[in-house]
Design a protein around this ligand. Structure first.
Ligand code: FE
Length: 189
């Protein structure tokens, strides 16, 4: 009898631990948004650099995002969702969630692609020389995942004179009203 009681208590203890684990796990799962569920690398807070093979990205990303981000395709001018968009908020990398631009650095450009005069922070993007298509340009890559975002030109407005000419499809806009990470609510810009 004594042995049975001890065994029962042990079993109940194990069951309780399992229930606690299960409950915290499902809570964590419910906190993930759909994007993170589909893309385990996507995070708007983790700045750890990623080195994910294209073969893996190809399984995760929608085909049109993959074509621009990993194969350096360019969306047609005046077709993307953000070229003439004026919402107040933050633009993240649509591939990995890296914070790239604030809407107050976006300006109306006649080029047909969303254009910004600066990134949200140093290191948000990295730059490489691109001599493809008979041109000499600076390619802009995501500073976290290395995805192709667009190009950088020297014909932007003050104060930087720069024009980050981006593809809408690799940008993920989150309005400040729906963003707990928006400036004023948490430290940092
Ligand atoms: Fe990225």
């Amino acid at each position: 009898m004594k042995a049975i009681t001890a065994r029962t208590i042990f079993a109940l203890a194990i069951a309780s631990i399992a229930a606690i684990n299960c409950s915290s796990s499902s809570k964590a799962d419910s906190m993930k948004d759909a994007k993170q569920t589909q893309n385990p690398y996507y995070s708007q807070t983790d700045t750890t650099k990623l080195n994910v093979p294209d073969a893996t990205w190809k399984k995760i990303l929608p085909a049109d995002v993959y074509a621009v981000a990993r194969e350096k395709d360019t969306e047609y001018a005046f077709t993307g969702k953000y070229w003439n968009f004026e919402g107040l908020g933050t633009y993240y990398c649509a591939v990995c969630g890296n914070k790239l631009f604030r809407s107050d650095s976006k300006f109306a450009s006649s080029c047909g692609w969303p254009s910004f005069f600066e990134t949200s922070r140093p290191g948000a993007a990295i730059y490489v020389s691109d001599k493809s298509h008979g041109m000499d340009r600076t390619e802009v890559l995501c500073g976290r995942c290395g995805s192709h975002l667009g190009h950088l030109f020297d014909d932007g407005p003050p104060p930087t004179g720069k024009r980050y000419c981006m593809n809408s499809i690799v940008l993920d806009f989150v309005p400040d009203a729906k963003n707990p990470l928006a400036p004023g609510l948490t430290p940092g810009k």
